[in-house]
Design a protein around this ligand. Structure first.
Ligand code: ADP
Length: 493
């Protein structure tokens, strides 16, 4: 594909700010697109934390059409890359402590509708070359509900760029009271079930789903699943209606950040040829987590948001069996207060077997990937999931539910796959604690009794390549489709 100008609109980007998979994607896909000779710029809100971490920020513009004067555009580089970064600096909306979507206590900011409407308006102005940058993108790539209004707002302009909307998690809609539609002064024609209305309220994500020229999500299996009522969160009808615009592209991972041979967060480097370092990292992790340093104990790791989606309740219910089997479990995460408390209580009750680290800790996430023998991801749904992919590279066999990106990246240890030497982990079908436990037992028994087979499983996993290069090429094809659709004037409504 020829070089295109791409505006990548995101509400988080590693290493400036990250709450989950979108942050990882926004931190690495733009650089992979740049490596494919695309002119890509990332636009993100100027959160206090991001401003602190961004390097060499310069003033870019304060003439953003349709936005009050107090908002400026700052320009810099996404740290660690040569990708140009635009930060929408509206102190009233973004200069505050806490996360991008929630306050330090974990409650959603009360003005999220205003914050991301303002951000979307700024991105729309940049997309239309009305922000004093003298740069007009060909493609605007939006991500999740926080930038969902952009395709909707752009749709009214005849000479607009093509729009792409990527769903990183359909569970989060950006759903607000209908009165916000008026107070945000959104164009009247956007109201209605063919627009931003969803069950009487205002839905930001519908802006992307209804109006984008092309829609993608982050794995082929999730692209299929979200068209069914079980996974559709009430939007499956709309997604079926737009099925000819919907594709699944598996996320890549950044092996510069996630490589056990060169990981600055690890005390002991290792690779598939020499796993001695992995054993040392296990000891280190046990020590750091206050667990007995027992080499033979199968050590399970879990890193992630502690929410129902991730099957944390299932993990809690197998703790007695894990303890009985003399296994160990190290959990790192934050989220639902109830899950946090239950995990801390389990750690207090079984100090030799369970360790709970509540909070967000990038270094420890790497150390768990390296030190654990198996990685638990019993998600009820999982658009792509990154930790199972990191686990593969770190020689830590993933134990996953057969859903979304987990189904697309982990090859189950069946007799057939053992014979073919393709097995890389363990899968189970139903979100029940019985099935999760049987699968853990399956893994434990191979780990204990068939070390050669275990070795084969993890070394096959370590060889898998989910780097961004391939995925970036698929995004280029997606951009071309969006340009074709726009050229054919097939945009909605
Ligand atoms: P999701 O986007 O649903 O949260 P993903 O698996 O796609 O899940 O991405 C999660 C990312 O966030 C991974 O890079 C993971 O390591 C990281 N992460 C999640 N929780 C924590 C935590 N408590 N500490 C450090 N990293 C975390």
């Amino acid at each position: 594909m020829a070089s295109n100008k791409i505006l990548f609109v995101t509400s988080e980007a590693y290493p400036l700010i990250k709450t989950g998979g979108l942050g990882d994607v926004a931190g690495s896909l733009p650089a992979a697109l740049k490596a494919q000779r695309q002119d890509v710029r990332v636009i993100m809100p100027a959160y206090r934390e991001a401003m602190r971490k961004a390097e060499k920020l310069g003033f870019a513009s304060f003439q953003i059409e349709g936005i009050p004067e107090t908002v400026r555009l700052l320009e810099g580089r996404l740290p660690g890359t040569s990708v140009r970064l635009l930060l929408v600096d509206s102190p009233a909306h973004f200069d505050r402590p806490g996360g991008p979507y929630a306050d330090p206590d974990g409650h959603d900011w009360a003005d999220n509708a205003e914050r991301f409407a303002m951000f979307s308006r700024a991105a729309t102005a940049v997309a239309l070359n009305k922000a004093g940058l003298v740069w007009q993108p060909d493609i605007v790539h939006c991500n999740d509900w926080q930038s969902g209004l952009v395709p909707a707002l752009l749709n009214q302009y005849p000479n607009r760029p093509a729009t792409v909307f990527t769903i990183h998690n359909l569970a989060y809609h950006g759903q607000f009271d209908a009165t916000k539609f008026q107070s945000l002064k959104l164009p009247e024609y956007l109201w209605g079930v063919d627009g931003l209305e969803f069950h009487g309220g205002l839905s930001f994500i519908k802006g992307g789903l209804v109006f984008a020229d092309m829609i993608s999500t982050v794995s082929p299996t999730y692209a299929y699943e979200i068209r069914t009522p079980h996974f559709g969160h009430g939007l499956d009808g709309l997604l079926n209606h737009r099925a000819d615009r919907l594709v699944g592209i598996l996320n890549g991972v950044d092996y510069k950040q996630w490589n056990p041979a060169k990981d600055p967060h690890l005390k002991h480097a290792y690779d598939a040829q020499s796993l001695e370092g992995k054993a040392r990292n296990k000891q280190q992790l046990q020590k750091q987590s206050g667990l007995p340093q027992r080499t033979a104990a199968p050590l399970f790791g879990l890193v992630g948001r502690l929410v129902e989606q991730k099957g944390i309740d299932l993990v809690l219910s197998i703790i007695p069996q894990l303890v009985k089997a003399d296994a160990q479990l190290v959990v790192l995460g934050s989220g639902d207060k109830g899950f946090q408390t239950e995990l801390e209580e389990a750690a207090a009750e079984y100090p030799d077997h369970i360790a709970a680290h509540i909070g967000y800790n990038e270094s420890l996430a790497h150390q768990i990937e390296a030190g654990a023998d198996m990685f638990l991801m019993p998600s009820r749904f999982e658009p792509c999931g990154l930790n199972q992919i990191y686990s593969l590279r770190y020689g830590t066999a993933p134990i996953v539910r057969h859903t979304g990106g987990l189904a697309d990246t982990v090859v189950d240890t069946t007799d057939e796959n053992i014979k073919q030497k393709t097995a890389t982990g363990f899968q189970f079908e139903h979100a029940t604690h019985e099935e999760l436990w049987w699968t853990c037992e399956r893994a434990i028994s191979i780990y204990r009794d068939q070390p050669k087979l275990w070795q084969q499983i993890i070394s096959t996993g370590m060889k898998q390549d989910f780097s961004w290069k391939q995925s970036a090429k698929h995004y280029l094809e997606l951009y071309q489709l969006a340009l074709d659709k726009l050229g054919g004037k097939a945009a909605r409504p």
